[in-house]
Each structure stands twice: as C-alpha cells, then as structure tokens.
Design a protein around this ligand. Structure first.
Ligand code: ZN
Length: 159
C-alpha cells in the first residue's frame, strides 16, 4: 500500500522511469539508494517498497525478507569498502516510512564513537563542513558503480 503524501512512497513509485543515478539495487521488498553523506563512503539508504512505519507491522515472512535484503546491502558495503564498523539505523521520526540508514564507519573519523547525526548537526551552519560530509573524498558515481558490482556478485553467489 502506498501512502499519499509520503516522499519515500513517491520516490519508490517513480521507479524505474525516474531511475536516479543514486539507485543502487532493486530488491523484491526494498530499493537501495546511495545516501547523501559520502564522507561515510558507501553510506546507503534502504527503502521498503510498501508503506509501513514500524517493523512490527510487517507479516513475519515480509519482515524476514526485508531484513535479509538489509543484511545483503550491508554486506555489499562491507565487502566493497571494509569499514571498521557498520551502523544500522531505523529511525523514521522525520519520514515515517520504513527505511534503514546503512552507514559504514571508518577508523579515521574523529566522531567515530557517535552517530553520524552529531557531526552533521554540528556542521549545519558551516557550508564547507557540510560539503565535506556530503562529498567525502570519492566520486559518487564511482562509489555507486562499485556497490552495484558488489551486489550483483553477492546475488549471483546466492542463486
Ligand atoms: Zn511511504
């Protein structure tokens, strides 16, 4: 079921016609997009294809499939970029449509011990700091290409 004014429902509903360069992979239950904060190289957002606000609302088999896709996406990020740690965040306070922030964290991050939102919030009045967090040191298209290849390889091994 799609929610009327939900921005994530609209984003999912516009695929594949509006296939964005940020779309990394279309799973049966969810779609993986490259996220905005590429200081955390490989940061992605996994969006459920249907409108639900809480994991607890899903039927068990849907929840299982959704979580499996979330782990596959995280695994692709780990294999591609070898972070020190993965962060998994299912928040939805601002956009109440199931979506995971899959955030690879690296050892050279001075804010490693905190959620990324601390650094992003601190940078909100500093354009150059925000740009540094958005762009990171790698090309977005190249990061997207690497993740697509990694997921294709992972999915091929499963079939
Ligand atoms: Zn929605």
């Amino acid at each position: 079921m799609l929610g009327g004014d939900c921005i994530l429902c609209r984003k999912i509903g516009s695929l594949p016609q509006a296939a964005s360069p940020d779309c990394i992979f279309e799973f049966p239950q969810s779609v993986l997009f490259l996220g905005p904060w590429q200081y955390y190289r490989g940061y992605c957002v996994l969006v459920a294809r249907w409108h639900a606000t809480e994991l607890s609302q899903l039927a068990p088999q849907d929840r299982h499939a959704h979580l499996e896709e979330m782990c596959l996406a995280a695994r692709a990020i780990e294999d591609a970029f070898r972070p020190k740690k993965m962060n998994y965040e299912l928040l939805g306070n601002q956009v109440p449509h199931l979506h995971w922030h899959l955030v690879p964290r690296y050892a050279d991050d001075p804010d490693f011990k905190h959620p990324i939102w601390v650094a992003i919030d601190r940078a909100k009045d500093d354009k150059s700091a925000l740009r540094r967090l958005e762009q990171g040191s790698s090309d977005r298209a190249e990061t997207a290409r690497i993740l697509r290849n990694q997921l294709a390889a992972l999915m091929a091994r499963r079939s």
